[in-house]
Write a protein that binds this ligand. Structure first.
Ligand code: CO
Length: 151
């Protein structure tokens, strides 16, 4: 059973490894377990593999009943105005901070079927993608928080 890793566990600061076999049994199992875990939280929109103790380039986002399974993502473009909005993170229970993010994003990634996907997003999905992809580089929302004491 997976468990959410909380700050300051050092795994949250590591750079994640590329997933070589996106459709093998182990990866599919991990994706399904992470989705179950994400859905068991009250208000989580996204979860990254490092947050369950796996340094793999995988994250899952569920917004308005749509699930995005994102492996080996690459941010192609970030643009639009910079928007400050309160953010939380399942690895920081009860902590919410204003974070500045670009309004729009375009990424390429591998999807749950092992196929290349392009996601263009704005608003909440753009914010969630930026937050989760940051996790794969060991970057946490507290690093990007505006006008609050840094960790
Ligand atoms: Co997070």
């Amino acid at each position: 059973m997976l468990k959410i890793v909380e700050y300051p566990d050092p795994i949250l600061r590591k750079t994640s490894q590329k997933i070589e076999n996106p459709t093998d049994f182990k990866t599919k199992q991990l994706i399904s377990d992470m989705l179950k875990l994400l859905r068991s939280t009250n208000d989580g929109l996204g979860l990254s593999a490092p947050q369950v103790g796996k340094n793999l380039q995988l994250c899952i986002i569920e917004i308005e009943n749509e699930v995005f399974t994102i492996m080996n993502p690459k941010i192609e473009k970030l643009w639009g105005s910079e928007v400050v909005r309160e953010e939380g993170c399942l690895s920081f229970p009860g902590k919410f901070l204003p974070v500045k993010r670009s309004e729009k994003i375009k990424i390429t990634a591998t999807d749950a079927n092992g196929k290349k996907q392009v996601i263009r997003a704005r608003g909440l999905l753009s914010r969630a993608l930026q937050h989760e992809i940051d996790h794969l580089h060991g970057v946490l929302f507290v690093d990007r928080a505006v006008s609050e004491v840094k960790y």
